[in-house]
Design a protein around this ligand. Structure first.
Ligand code: DGL
Length: 269
């Protein structure tokens, strides 16, 4: 079975791209709910229901393991899906864990008391729903002390990227970075807490300046998936992958091809 990568739209392609590069023998099934993106302006219940429907569709397409390559879905739906019980042999993972492990310099399962870490001032850029969930702050606070997180909800940015309007997307990145820097003038690190944002990583870095280390999730999630598949070889993807969308396959394919700079062909989910 192929490993499933899910996002509300095109953002999960940044995770898929890194995963394909580091795990060339794994087949991936990408699923974008482009017809309903953005998720980041929806309430938690809505995001949960949409994510659940998509994940069930991915299971029915043959995926045993689905990665929620979407922070908004990870924040609103992952824990609930796991607590409500998954069908036998099915697994769902999110994208927070590898990032939190990196920032807090410890493994997820390390339950020792929180301790000081290197970064003290962290800028978080995410969707309005992810910022409202406070999921990053909560997970950081369990593990690290003395970390000041300033969050900026980047309204409009996912829509601009989904529309392929990169001029608007750049203007929005610069104005959201300005707004963040007014609240926290000298962050040491910035988290791109939405998988769409690495498509604009160079602009974030330029606007933040060279002294800010920008963390995005592609490579971190790919490395963590590689470890997971080593430990769970039954989840190793084989079989039919591909690219599925709930949106217009032709339009989504054009934007995906433009972002990944290689031919990507979506079919209707
Ligand atoms: N890529 C999704 C995320 O990581 C975007 C959410 C949205 O559709 O607003 O949060």
């Amino acid at each position: 079975m192929a490993v499933g990568i899910f996002d509300s739209g095109l953002g999960g392609l940044t995770v898929l791209d890194a995963a394909q590069k580091s795990l060339p023998d794994v087949d991936f099934l990408y699923y974008g709910d482009n017809a309903r993106a953005p998720y980041g302006v929806r309430d938690a219940e809505d995001v949960y229901q949409l994510t659940k429907n998509a994940v069930e569709d991915m299971w029915s397409k043959g995926c045993d393991l689905v990665i929620l390559a979407c922070n908004t879905a990870s924040a609103a739906a992952l824990r609930r899906l796991q607590e409500e019980g998954l069908p036998p042999g099915k697994r769902v993972l999110g994208v927070f864990v590898p990032l939190i492990e990196t920032l807090t310099e410890r493994q997820w399962g390390d339950n020792s008391p929180p301790r000081e870490v290197t970064v003290k001032h962290v800028a978080l850029f995410a969707t309005p729903a992810t910022v409202a969930s406070r999921a990053f702050q909560r997970e950081l606070a369990f593990r690290a002390i003395g970390v000041d997180v300033e969050a900026q909800a980047c309204g409009g940015l996912v829509d601009a990227i989904e529309d392929g309007d990169m001029i608007l997307a750049e203007a929005l990145v610069r104005s959201h970075v300005d707004a963040l820097l007014r609240k926290m003038p000298t962050p040491e690190a910035a988290i791109l807490g939405c998988t769409h944002y690495p498509l604009m990583e160079a602009i974030f870095q330029d606007a933040l300046g060279p002294n800010v280390k920008v963390y995005s999730q592609g490579n971190l999630v790919a490395d963590s998936l590689g470890d997971y598949l080593t430990r769970h070889s039954d989840m190793f993807g084989a079989g039919t992958g591909g690219f599925y969308t709930t949106g217009d396959p032709a339009r989504v394919s054009v934007h995906a091809t433009q972002f990944l700079r290689r031919e990507i062909s979506f079919q209707a989910a």
